[in-house]
Every structure is written in C-alpha cells, then in structure tokens.
Design a protein around this ligand. Structure first.
Ligand SMILES: NC(=O)c1ccc[n+]([C@@H]2O[C@H](COP(=O)([O-])OP(=O)(O)OC[C@H]3O[C@@H](n4cnc5c(N)ncnc54)[C@H](OP(=O)(O)O)[C@@H]3O)[C@@H](O)[C@H]2O)c1
Length: 466
C-alpha cells in the first residue's frame, strides 16, 4: 500500500495565496483547517495530520505551496537481465519515482536495451552472467543441471551490487541457473542488500511427489531455498502467465493461431475449466515490486507472493481476449505443438509441462495448481491487487497492445476484416464443439519446420520463455 508517512513540514516554505471565493488572497492554514477542508484523494502524499492537508492540491481555487521539494528515495536497486520483461518493467517505474538502478545487460542491442542504457538513472553493466571456458564453445547452455565448462561471471555479479541497498533478481535458464542464482544471492549478502526480491517459481514435485518437476521452474525453487538458507532479507514473487506470451507466430504453448476465417485458436494442455494466473509483465511487475520495497522486509521478509492480477480458466481467458481483440477466439485442449526450433532447456520444460497438466486428467478440480502450492493459487488475484490496483488485464492487452505487437512482428491481420465465422457462439460453446479431450488432433511434430527459428521481428528470441 502506498506510504502514509507525513512529508517533513518546512516552516520556511512560502505559500502562494490563491484568491478565495470572495476574491481575497489572504491565507491561513488554520482557518482553512477549521472549516474542515480536506484533500479529496485518499492516496495523497500529504498525511491527514499535515497542515498541508488543509490545502487541496487539486482545486485551483484553494492554496498550494509555491514550491515544495520533490524528495526521491535515496536507494539503489540492483537488477539482472535488464532487457527482460520483468526487469524492464521495474526499471521504468523505479527510475520514474527517483530510485537509482544498477542493471546487468548482456548487450546493448534492441529497443529495450537502448531504453535501459539511455536512462539517466541507470548504470549498466554489460556482460553475460555466465562464461564459457572455451571461447569457441557454442553449445546450447539452457539444459537443466550441471554444464561442464560453463562458469559463473562472479566479477560482473560482484560489481553489480556495489552500493545497492535493494535487488530485484529474475534469473533465466541461460547458463547454470542454480549456480548463477546462488552466486547472485551470495554477492547481495556480501554487499549488505537490505531487501532482495527474487522472482521464483515452484517445483511441483516438492508439493506432490506424483507431479513431475518442471525443470526451469525447479531451478528457481532451488535458488529460492538457497536465498532462504543464507538468511538474506528476501521476498519471493511468483509471476503468472504473461499476457504477451500470446502471439500468432508459431511459437509453442501460447500461439494464438490465426484461422482462415480470421478468428484465433489457442491450443494448450491446460484443462479448459481450471483457473490459471495471468499478468501483464511489462505493465504490472514494476509497480508491485516498488510497493514491496516501500513496505520493506519488516512486512514481506520470507513471504511468497502470487503476482497475478487475473485468475481465469482458458475459456475465460479466450473470452477476455475475444472481447479485446474483437475477433472470435476459441480454446482447444490439446498437445503442445512444437513446429519451430527451441532450446534444449525449453523443450524439456514443455515435455514436463504436458505431463503435469496431463490431457488424460479430465477433472478440473484435480488439475495441479499453477504455483504448486494451492494456498498461493487461492491468493490470486488478491495478493497482487493489494500491491498495485491499476493492472492491465487480458482484455485490455488484447485490445490495446496485441495488434501493435503483431504488427511489429510483421503480421497484417489487423488490417483485414474477419471473415464469416464458421461457428456461432461464445468461446465456451465453441470449446465444447472443438475440444478434443483425447488430445489427438491429427497434427504432430512431424510438421517441424527446420527453416523457422524462434525469432520474431520485435520479440526476438525471448517470447517463449514461459
Ligand atoms: N513468460 C511467462 O509467462 C513467465 C512466467 C513466469 C516466469 N517466467 C520466467 O521469467 C524468466 C524470463 O524473464 P523475462 O520474462 O523478464 O525475460 P524475457 O522478456 O523473456 O527476456 C529474456 C531475457 O533473457 C535474455 N536472453 C535471451 N537470450 C539469451 C542468451 N542466449 N543468453 C543469456 N541471456 C539471454 C534476454 O536478453 P536479450 O534481450 O539480450 O536477448 C532477456 O534479458 C524465465 O526464467 C521464465 O521462466 C516467465
């Protein structure tokens, strides 16, 4: 929740009297207070006890300070993977309200890296978080587990934390994620970081031995355990499915496949009627993390937070998307289609994901909770909305942003009319018609297209990192 701390009152502050209703410019805070004047915004940075609350900042007929200081938080946040959607979201909002950021970027290429690197409140540290022992080693470094010859870039990591009091750390599967995550936590501890927010995910096997681990998420679970073990004052955010995972590019799992009639079909193994957590990472990670920093470890140390502002079944998600995009959107439960080259680590993740949300499990009540811990799923979307009340929902995303991203990726469907729909009805009715509970839809991985690699014009290689 926003701070209600009173701002320091400066008695030397000159006031510019604005004319009152009698045309008189005389000002007396006391007399104003005596008449019970109150600012009307509950979220004002003036406390109720401040004499300034007698002065509405928003009513041009009342008094306002001629000048007031614009205090900014005297804190520096260390961030890694600064071009990623989560980190970039935090950097934008944090620097806008006065925080300084120390940001690791692996290169300065691309729109987001440029945005971060040219932000005057950001100091960038360019380099990979991992090092290859042999410079000519070009192998895929995304597989889960030990990677001989792949080291951790300790020098860069230590530098990053010099002078940082806060940290937001979202590791990815490039390099040995567990080793990198542990090295980062150690460096933060050495630097005396006061509040460490780690973007975690669950190891489902830790909640139910019958569930398989999703390898990419299990690595984060291990890092979380390590952060707890070394006693860093830390909070763990679990992010829901990003709205902008959806794309009509043929990426696995969140492909909104464009149909000949202009409608979209999303095919995935999730049960059509079991709830999933959603968030708009670019829009809504940053404000929530800022609130965690403002509240501090006194409130959040050791806590897990479900960062998802909507909790929707696939059918409901398609309904929201349909409302926003203005075209039919149908959900089809089925296997994950992999028709493009994907890194090894992601391939293993998708295989495990298809086992976890098995197509044979037909009971929505028996679907594994997305965040592993049912209690965490149950706190969607309350946890997130208690931190930030202005999220961008899936419908708004589909209306405002999806067509722009698609256009940036070279799509043209938004300039064409949707054809005559083949089926009438809502997303849910269509699902009942289309849904193939056996998961056999006649399409298989044989259609693998060697020529198509995971690269869109705008989103580049990153958009499939679910
Ligand atoms: N998508 C979801 O729904 C979802 C949900 C929960 C958790 N997550 C987790 O979030 C993490 C990704 O974070 P994000 O979404 O903020 O990032 P993102 O937007 O997917 O961007 C990917 C990040 O990884 C970097 N990267 C790309 N290729 C790389 C390579 N070969 N070597 C090293 N780094 C590389 C990118 O750097 P460049 O810009 O330089 O390429 C960028 O910083 C993943 O661990 C994922 O599991 C995702």
């Amino acid at each position: 929740m926003p701070s209600t701390n009173p701002i320091p009152i400066r008695t030397d502050l000159p006031f510019r009297p604005a004319p009152n209703e009698n045309g008189n410019t005389a000002f007396s805070p006391k007399s104003s207070a005596a008449h019970g004047t109150r600012h009307k915004h509950t979220r004002s940075s003036y406390s109720e006890n401040s004499p300034l609350t007698a002065v509405s900042r928003n009513n041009s007929l009342s008094f306002r300070p001629l000048k007031r200081s614009t205090p900014s938080p005297d804190k520096t946040i260390a961030v890694i993977n600064a071009s990623g959607r989560q980190a970039a979201s935090l950097i934008r909002i944090a620097t806008a309200v006065g925080y300084k950021v120390r940001a690791q970027l692996r290169n300065l290429e691309g729109v987001i890296a440029t945005e971060v690197a040219t932000n005057p409140n950001v100091q960038v540290f360019v380099g990979e978080l991992y090092l290859r022992n042999k410079p000519d080693d070009n192998r895929d470094v995304t597989a889960h587990g030990p990677l001989p010859g792949i080291l951790v870039n300790h020098a860069l990591i230590s530098q990053l934390f010099n002078g940082a009091q806060l940290a937001f750390i979202n590791t990815t599967f490039y390099g040995n994620e567990i080793q990198i995550g542990e090295a980062i936590a150690d460096a933060a501890k050495r630097a005396g970081v006061q509040h460490y927010v780690y973007s975690s995910m669950p190891d489902h096997a830790a909640y139910n031995p019958e569930w398989p681990s999703l390898p990419l998420w299990a690595a984060k679970h291990e890092v979380e355990n390590y952060v707890r073990k070394i006693g860093l004052p830390a909070t763990f955010v679990y992010t829901g499915i990003y709205n902008n995972n959806f794309t009509s590019l043929l990426y696995p799992l969140f492909c909104m496949e464009l149909q000949p009639d202009g409608s979209f079909v999303w095919q995935a193994p999730f049960h059509p009627h079991a709830k999933l957590p959603w968030l708009d990472a670019e829009h809504d990670v940053g404000p929530a993390i800022i609130q965690l920093f403002k509240d501090g470890p006194a409130k959040w140390n050791g806590k897990r937070i479900a960062l998802a502002y909507e909790y929707l079944t696939p059918i409901e998600a398609c309904g929201a998307f349909e409302q926003g995009v203005g075209r039919r959107v149908r959900y089809k439960r089925g296997p994950i289609k992999v028709t493009v080259k994907i890194p090894e680590g992601y391939r293993a993740q998708l295989e495990a994901l298809e086992k976890l949300w098995s197509l044979e499990n037909n009971d929505p009540e028996k679907q594994p909770p997305y965040f592993g811990d049912l209690e965490l799923d149950k706190r969607c979307p309350d946890d997130a909305l208690a931190l930030w009340e202005g999220p961008r929902g899936l419908e708004e995303y589909a209306r405002e942003i999806f067509p722009l991203e698609e256009e940036a990726n070279g799509m043209t469907w938004m300039f064409e009319d949707e054809g005559e729909p083949e089926l009438e009805g809502t997303a849910e009715e269509v699902e009942d018609v289309d849904n193939n509970e056996d998961g056999e839809d006649g399409e298989d991985d044989e259609s693998f297209d060697e020529g198509l690699v995971m690269r869109g014009l705008k989103r580049d290689e990153e958009s499939w990192l679910a």
